[in-house]
Design a binder for this molecule. Sequence first.
Ligand code: ATP
Ligand code: MG
Ligand code: FE
Length: 347
Amino acid sequence: MNVLGIETSCDETGVALYSTERGLLAHTLYSQIEVHREYGGVVPELASRDHVRKTLPLVQEVLNQASFRSSDVDAVAYTAGPGLVGALMVGATMARSLALGWGVPALGVHHMEGHLLAPMLEEERPEFPFVALLVSGGHTQLVRVDGIGEYRLLGESLDDAAGEAFDKAAKMLGLPYPGGPQIARIAEDGSTDRFTFPRPMIKHPGLDFSFSGLKTHTLTTVRELEEQGPLSDQDKADIARAFEEAVVSTLVIKCRRALEQEGLSRLVMAGGVSANRNLRQQLASILAKRGAEVFYPAPQFCTDNGAMIAYAGAQRLAAGQVDGAEVQVRPRWPMTELPPIASLSVS
Ligand code: ATP
Ligand code: MG
Ligand code: FE
């Protein structure tokens, strides 16, 4: 089965073709970063407009890349939520129209299930069950995964998501949007000795997170230094390093705790923040000591992309799931409401 995947939940237009027999056949991505940069964050109305301009040309591009005609596409999967309502509506409408025109089924996919399954696009795939750490711009969650659609939420952020915290800390340091990769870049020149930032919630039992205190601590540190004059590049690098270390060690501690609690030895990490090299290294080394394994997507499939939507859609479509003809999106949509694949009747 050849599935076209369309992702438009936020500020990336991603389109891909996934074959259940041959794997990922083509993918392309357009990022709106430049559109939103001067505003320091995503402007929903501009995002929707840009998706309108980009989606169909990108669909044409992946069909060309794969030397496909539209008649070779067996189904269309699109992100139905969670995300920005206008942006989601654009992708959903385009996907449904294409499917109607081509006479094939369409399916709305959960964006976070897309992220969660992105490591399955790699050669070494994790087997179920595992613990997933979803760390993105809007989510920080630990989930027990027993199969596709078999999700139990173990813990989540009570306030900011990890990626959001990276973005806000970057803004405080005068770095451009999106801030995660910028913080990671300058942190490489930062010292670990100068500042130690608090590791939020690690003394708390349980698996929830909180990043707003760390954000405040970062702001206070910036303000105190600014009283003595503008921040030097070294000041910024040292703050970025201390911030990154605090986020990374909090995430690592909670991941270890989640594996222990569930008696599991496989961890899957996905979402934009899982591209962070420091996080990957520290998780790999701590988990290796415990005989546990960690899996993550290729860096290009950590942040939003069409491949993960094509993949997740393909798994569900192949199991017989399809939606009705109405265009429906869900800006808020708990992942635990998804049906397990095992319960779907294969037609
Ligand atoms: P969600 O998936 O929760 O709806 P989103 O789609 O906006 O949110 P993603 O595209 O998965 O999120 O990830 C974007 C986030 O990842 C941003 O907050 C960005 O700063 C962060 N990010 C990307 N690369 C890195 C990195 N190397 N280190 C830290 N954070 C990063
Ligand atoms: Mg994005
Ligand atoms: Fe995302």
